[in-house]
Design a protein around this ligand. Structure first.
Ligand SMILES: [Zn+2]
Length: 368
C-alpha cells in the first residue's frame, strides 16, 4: 500500500486515515488542507487540519462552526496522525497556504516495498517561491516523491518582479484618475485581492473592496497580516473620492462584471489581475481595458526550481499544463507522471473561482 493514494474523494493517506484537500467530503473524514481556495477547501468534513493563519480564512469560507486544528509551520512541529507523520511548510501562495510533508512513522509496518510506498512525500498544493511581502514565504524540503501543481507549466510563463508590477498598477490607477474614473481591478477574493491592495500606492487615493474581498481582508487581519486601510466599495465612497479629485482603486471578483452593483459605482475603468494576462490572446479576447500578469502560482522557472530543490526521485504533476512539465522532467532524467485531481488552480476565463461565484450569488453581494 502506498503512503498516498489517489481516490475518488481525493488524495488519501491510509496510514493516517486522512485526506489532503478532498474534493468530496463527508462527516467521517479528516482533512488536511493546503489553503483556503474553494478547489482545495470544501465543506462537509469532520475535521480540518491547517496552518494557524489558514484557520480564520477557512472559517470565513466554510463557516464558523467547522472543527479545525492548527499545526504551526516547520518540520520541528511534525504531528503524528495514526502511523503517519505530518508537517506543514509555507507554500507562499496565499496567507496560510501550506505544503504538506508526509512520511511513515518509524517502526510502523506496511505491506508494500519501500519503493511502492514512495518514501517521504511533499504535496505542494498551490505555491509560488517569490516573496510578496504579505504571504509567508515558501520553504521547500527534501523528499522522495513530490506532487507539484503545474497551473502555469509552460516556458512562456515568467513573471515580472513585484516592483515592476507595482509600478504598472499604480501608473494605470493614476491614468484612470486623470480620466475621472475609479480603477476597478478584478481579482480572486482570497489572496490576489489582498496582494493588489498591498501593491497599490494608497497616497493616490482610497482603497475600496467588494464585500467578498473585504471579508477576506478581515480574515487576513485576524490571522495577523498587515494591510492598508480598506473600506467597502459603495457608490457613495467612489463618488466622494471622485469629488475629491482622487478616484478610488477598487478590488472585486470578476463575477460582478456587467452587474448593477458595478454600474452603481459610477465611471470606471477595469483591469484583470491574473497570470493568464501574460498571454496576449487572453487579453485580446476579453473586454477589459487592461491586464496585469500577477499570479500567486509558480511560473515555469519556479516550477523547475522547486523540482530541483526537493531532490525528489519521482514527481507527480497535477492540474494545469501537466503534460509539458512531465515531458520536460522525464527528458531531464527524473521519473515523472501526471496525477489527475480536481484542483483547478487559476482558471483562465472568466477570472473567478467558484467561491467568488457563490459569494456573488448569496447575501454577501450587494448586487440584487
Ligand atoms: Zn489556490
Amino acid at each position: 500500500m502506498a503512503l498516498i493514494e489517489n481516490t475518488p474523494r481525493g488524495l488519501y493517506c491510509p496510514a493516517g486515515d486522512f485526506y489532503i484537500d478532498p474534493w468530496k467530503c463527508d462527516n467521517s473524514m479528516r482533512a488536511v488542507i493546503t489553503h483556503g481556495h474553494s478547489d482545495h477547501a470544501r465543506a462537509g468534513c469532520a475535521t480540518y487540519l491547517c496552518s494557524p493563519s489558514c484557520e480564520p480564512i477557512l472559517r470565513a469560507r466554510l463557516g464558523r462552526t467547522i472543527t479545525t486544528q492548527s499545526l504551526p509551520f516547520g518540520l520541528a512541529h511534525e504531528l503524528r496522525i495514526g502511523d503517519a507523520l505530518v508537517a506543514l511548510l509555507p507554500a507562499g501562495h496565499v496567507l496560510g497556504s501550506a505544503m504538506i510533508r508526509i512520511r511513515r512513522a518509524p517502526g510502523t509496518t506496511h505491506a508494500a516495498t519501500p519503493h511502492d510506498d514512495g518514501g517521504t512525500w511533499l504535496i505542494t498544493g498551490d505555491y509560488k517561491l517569490t516573496a510578496d511581502g504579505l504571504t509567508e514565504t515558501a520553504e521547500l524540503c527534501s523528499c522522495d516523491t513530490l506532487i507539484t501543481e503545474s497551473t502555469f507549466g509552460l516556458p512562456v510563463f515568467r513573471w515580472q518582479p513585484d516592483a515592476q508590477l507595482r509600478l504598472d498598477l499604480n501608473t494605470w490607477w493614476h491614468q484612470c484618475q486623470q480620466l475621472g474614473r475609479s480603477a476597478v481591478v478584478f481579482a480572486y477574493s482570497l489572496g490576489k485581492a489582498q496582494r493588489i491592495l498591498t501593491m497599490a500606492d494608497s497616497s493616490l487615493g482610497p482603497l475600496l473592496a467588494h464585500p467578498a474581498a473585504l471579508s477576506i481582508v478581515q480574515a487576513y487581519r485576524a490571522a495577523g497580516a498587515t494591510l492598508p486601510e480598506v473600506t467597502l466599495a459603495t457608490p457613495q465612497a467612489t463618488s466622494a473620492a471622485r469629488a475629491a479629485g482622487t478616484p478610488a482603486l477598487v478590488v472585486s471578483p470578476q463575477s460582478v462584471d456587467g452587474s448593477a452593483w458595478l454600474t452603481a459605482l459610477g465611471p470606471i475603468a477595469t483591469a484583470v489581475a491574473s497570470g493568464w494576462m501574460a498571454i496576449r490572446g487572453t487579453r485580446r479576447r476579453s473586454n477589459i481595458s487592461r491586464g496585469f500578469a500577477i499570479s500567486d502560482h509558480a511560473d515555469w522557472p519556479q516550477l523547475l526550481s522547486a523540482c530541483r530543490q526537493t531532490g525528489a526521485s519521482r514527481i507527480g504533476v497535477t492540474h494545469g499544463y501537466t503534460a509539458p512539465l512531465v515531458r520536460y522532467l522525464i527528458e531531464s532524467g527524473t521519473p515523472a507522471f501526471e496525477l489527475a485531481t480536481r484542483f483547478t488552480g487559476e482558471s483562465p476565463q472568466p477570472i473567478m473561482d467558484t467561491s467568488d461565484a457563490a459569494d456573488a450569488a448569496t447575501g454577501d453581494s450587494p448586487d440584487p
